[in-house]
Design a protein around this ligand. Sequence first.
Ligand SMILES: Cc1cc2nc3c(=O)[nH]c(=O)nc-3n(C[C@H](O)[C@H](O)[C@H](O)COP(=O)(O)OP(=O)(O)OC[C@H]3O[C@@H](n4cnc5c(N)ncnc54)[C@H](O)[C@@H]3O)c2cc1C
Length: 326
Amino acid sequence: MKELLVAIIGAGPAGIAAAVELKTAGIKNIAIFEKAGNLCYTIRRLYPEGKRVDRNYKGMNIALEGVCSFETETKEQFLERMEKYIKDYQVEIFYNTEINGLQKNGEFYIIKAGTCSVARAYAVVIATGVFDKPKKPSYPIPEEVKHRVFFELPKELPEGEKILVVGGGNTAAELACILSGRCDVYISYRRPEFFRINEENLRELEKRKDKITFFLGTEIKGVEPEKEGVKVIFTDGYTEVFSKIFYCLGGSTPRNFLEKIGVRFKDSLPDIDEFGESNLERVFLVGDVAVKRGSIVHAFNSAHRAVKRIIEKYSLIYIQNLKFKV
Ligand SMILES: Cc1cc2nc3c(=O)[nH]c(=O)nc-3n(C[C@H](O)[C@H](O)[C@H](O)COP(=O)(O)OP(=O)(O)OC[C@H]3O[C@@H](n4cnc5c(N)ncnc54)[C@H](O)[C@@H]3O)c2cc1C
């Protein structure tokens, strides 16, 4: 079992930024636990190859507050950047370690992966993101059409098919654009116009307005199997058959995991203070896991603020000298 000053759960942008901030401040005894076999698993898994990683993802130019930074670049360049941070700051990551328990033991937390206790840590930063559990529609997806319904990108993008993309955020817009050259693409969004997507994506949609069919202000009531496809039934009674549906509805906070370890919720979000500290003393939530809609800039900034707070509030340098003679 590792003895740590700070354990970080999740090696996405938020977890990596937390590690970099801690190392920059001189905190040595830290490690990240990552469930996947590689860092930034959400980005590797959900971003299409060559995707533009937008700096102003939500259309707002938010200033970066901490050590980690980036400008708009490709998925591959962004991943290289994150790998470089890990190397340069000598951050230890334990891969293939899914954390599913946290238990207070005196002034430490025992971090658990399955039945194994993998670490004992003075403070914990939870940076698991929300994309382990994609949001699903409220209506059932019949068994017969499940192979035609996607909540993340398949390994191979479809070609020459009739595709419905459901959602009105940046992910839906980008997917519709990527597929538009190769498939007959429709996009269904319940609002009459897009309001959550950044200017770059709006411009890209505009460029393709002759190639994409926009079903704005539409709501889906249900889906049914149909010969060679899936029939989509809209609330106004209109129906149309597609060969595949891609839902881009975002992720959902891992509420079960958080409540199991004792994190309190307020409405639908974890109840945290302005620095990300939860009701559990010295347990901080950073990145997507703590907000409704996150971004990489938010992940970096929330990690910076949380680390600054942990160090100051809990005299981490003093504790390090006292308990961890590294
Ligand atoms: C398709 C798509 C496109 C996007 N494009 C952009 C963009 O262009 N610009 C932008 O700013 N944002 C974009 N975003 C949002 C951005 O990806 C997220 O805001 C960002 O990744 C959040 O970082 P995070 O570290 O909080 O979470 P994540 O990136 O989700 O990382 C969480 C990490 O924790 C790991 N993990 C989860 N549970 C556990 C566990 N129990 N134990 C151990 N490890 C665990 C995961 O495997 C993962 O590696 C996009 C999102 C999607 C889905």
